[in-house]
Design a protein. Structure first.
Length: 414
């Protein structure tokens, strides 16, 4: 089976911002999440597959008392049968709170929501969550859960946003004092987090004011302390609306990081991926570090896409057994307007990439809307299916409405 597309959701109500996690011990077990508007308000949809993505069951996670909606979900896997889901829950345009749900039975049931960091009115809004569980094969911090989020403050008065990280050492029941990662003088977008083979934690974010740059901080003690920030690369921002007639959906630039936890030639390599407009169009750039995040290579394009095409919303995961680098992204390179999903793969530490279109059918981002739509979600996702495969997940409009599709490949590249 190779490059198969599977419908994760259906129906006329929009689903978007998907993420996916895979049980490394039972790779046919997968849990995906997305913003799901079936109820009329945005909720956290959970989709579970027991056959490698071919079939899915759907449910929604309950909101904490007093909250009316959820968005920006993410999901992560931990040994042996744990899945955790984070989300930004809210009673309105502000007061957003980051929460987590925990399953220890492969996604059959989830705990009630636990608050990671609370929002307060127009003063504090915790948005754009990300989560990872330490599954580093030689990590002394195995099982630690790390949640990052965009901590917006003084929201009603033109305030700023900072990158925060919270840690749980007991499976998500309680949370340590959160760590402020970025400067309060910088405005940031959705931070990301990765863990390597020995438990080093890499927290990354994009600053969008006063300058655009990719920044990373590293912890070598299980997120108790972090080294000073390191510049990965300056960034030329992608326009919020891509310069294509008929496009109106927003495109935000987020940080994406992953590490090589294999025992191969590039063990310990850290990869940073983002979208960038330095060539006059949106392309996916990558930089890597072989010094635990201290020094970074010059950015290179990983798409091989035609000049002038628009390539955006990258996500990265590295196969923990073989070290294969998998990067998913949207692209309009087929006809200049319709969107497709591509996956770039490398077996040689990112020196070269093979790019493959994995959508069976191109789609119109506006669906059946007579006018251009303002939102198709802000990210998509990919996860390795060891050894050597992957499962990608995205939102498309091939049903007429935004729905979630997964693309599976078991091709082992050499």
């Amino acid at each position: 089976m190779t490059n198969f597309n599977f419908a994760v959701t259906s129906g006329v109500f929009a689903k978007f911002e998907p993420a996916i996690a895979v049980n490394l011990l039972l790779p046919q077990v997968m849990v995906a999440v997305a913003v799901d508007t079936t109820s009329g308000t945005p909720q956290t949809g959970v989709y579970r597959s027991l056959d490698g993505g071919a079939n899915w069951t759907a449910s929604t996670l309950p909101l904490p008392p007093g909250f009316t909606g959820a968005e920006a979900p993410y999901v992560a896997y931990g040994f042996p049968n744990t899945f955790v889901v984070t989300a930004h829950v809210f009673p309105g345009a502000s007061d957003g709170t980051s929460v987590i749900y925990t399953s220890t039975d492969n996604g059959v049931t989830f705990s009630p929501p636990v608050i990671v960091n609370r929002g307060f009115g127009t003063y504090i809004n915790n948005d754009e969550t990300n989560v990872i569980i330490d599954v580093g094969q030689s990590s002394p911090y195995l099982g630690n859960i790390y949640v990052t989020y965009n901590h917006q403050f003084n929201v009603a008065n033109g305030g700023n946003s900072t990158a925060f990280l919270s840690r749980s050492q007991d499976g998500g029941t309680t949370w340590n004092q959160p760590i402020l990662l970025s400067s309060d003088a910088d405005q940031v977008e959705r931070p990301d987090v990765a863990v390597d083979l020995v438990g080093n934690v890499y927290a990354a974010w994009i600053t969008v004011n006063p300058t655009f740059r990719f920044v990373i901080r590293v912890s070598r003690d299980g997120a108790t302390t972090f080294a000073p920030p390191v510049l990965v690369s300056p960034i030329v921002p992608v326009p919020t609306v891509l310069p294509v007639p008929g496009y109106a959906f927003r495109v935000l630039t987020f940080a994406n990081v992953s590490t090589d936890r294999s025992v191969g030639q590039f063990r310990g390599r850290v990869y940073a991926v983002w979208q960038d407009f330095r060539q006059g169009y949106s392309d996916i750039l990558m930089s890597f570090s072989d010094s635990n995040g201290t020094n970074w290579s010059s950015p290179v394009s990983i798409t091989g896409a035609p000049a002038g095409s628009q390539n955006f919303f990258p996500a990265i995961d590295v196969d923990p057994l073989l070290g294969v680098v998998n990067i998913i992204y949207y692209s309009n390179q087929v006809n200049g307007f319709l969107l497709d999903v591509f996956v770039a793969r490398s077996i040689n530490g990112g020196q070269t990439f093979t790019n493959t279109r994995i959508t069976n059918t191109s789609f119109n981002p506006n669906g059946v809307s007579p006018t251009p739509v303002p939102l198709i979600g802000d990210y998509i996702d990919i996860m390795s299916v060891p050894p050597g495969g992957y499962i990608g997940i995205w939102a498309d409009t091939n049903t007429g409405s935004l729905n979630i599709t997964a693309g599976y490949s078991n091709i082992v590249i050499t």
